[in-house]
Design a binder for this molecule. Sequence first.
Ligand SMILES: [Zn+2]
Length: 372
Amino acid sequence: MYMYAAMTDMAVLTNDTLMGQAVDKLWENMVTRKTYITGGIGSRHEGESFGDNYELPNLSSYNETCAAIGSVYWNHRLHSKTGNAGYFDVIERTLYNGLISGLSLDGTSFFYPNALEADGEFKFNRGSCTRQNWFDCSCCPTNLIRFIPAIPGLLYSHSADTIYVNLFAASEATIDLPQNRINLSVQTQYPWDGKVSIVVKPEKNTAFTLKIRIPSWARNQPMPGDLYAYSRFNEEKALVSLNGEVQDLDLSGEYLVVQRNWKAEDALTLTFPMPVRMVESNPLVTSNAGKRSLERGPLVYAIEEMDNPGDFDAIQLDPGATFEVQEAPDLLGGIYTISNGEFTAIPYYSWSNRGIGKMKVWLQTTETIPNK
Ligand SMILES: [Zn+2]
């Protein structure tokens, strides 16, 4: 990841087209064949390496925390090079799931590998079944501590006349365009709630373009490529209003593009519907045959033994199930749970904060899913 990030820099700085093409090919292969639904990469413990195409085992998945961080750095560079939002779809998925899972909720213990399944016996985390305070080679804890303060630098980017809103977080930002200084004030409860309010405050009234990423999950695609797909198409559309008036804008693309003469206190509100979604893998991922995973917004969910006592391994997901989403302010630092009578699921990142036990992201369904 770190080498590919450097190769991307070199391709841009030295105008090296071949290097650029090599990087694009590597990215394509990673995202369409070798990325876990959590954004995790590097399926093999041995050599901390990528496996073959579609080799994505769950119990033995490696997914080093450092690899997830490296993937964000690399994708960020590719976004800066191209302005394409797909790189931020990968970043968002990684950030909220397989990266932040590396850190315990109290901030004191760490995963080196980020497994998608645990049996409570396999000591996948360097001799432990749960997070550890330190490792003999302690790259992941220190890398997280370097990375987390840099997250604000991912939220926005800009060219001479365009500001990109890449990720949604409550924030205040000052962005200097060549002719003007723009302040952006964002209020949101994302990723728990899909409503994002952006107040634009230019120093002087001026024309520029605001490009707001429409997350791929809100466009019925978990991430770029055909490695994963939602089981059902969500017809509910995102809503946009400008200064209180609902706008009829094209939301099918990867960006909402708003080009206008901006005035101080212009207020844009986006609302992304956040139903619970079921995800299926490409049939070539044999480890996920007959299984589905759950997500809501950008968050991948998992079931943990703690919340589902009894015969954990017998839990099955009915493809026709309907779900209840419940706010649990006192659970795991404040989360939303998903339940359906058969089980309760928690956000993947928050697992393994209550002792050692079993966990699964991919759930066996009660039906055989036919090959596509
Ligand atoms: Zn590491």
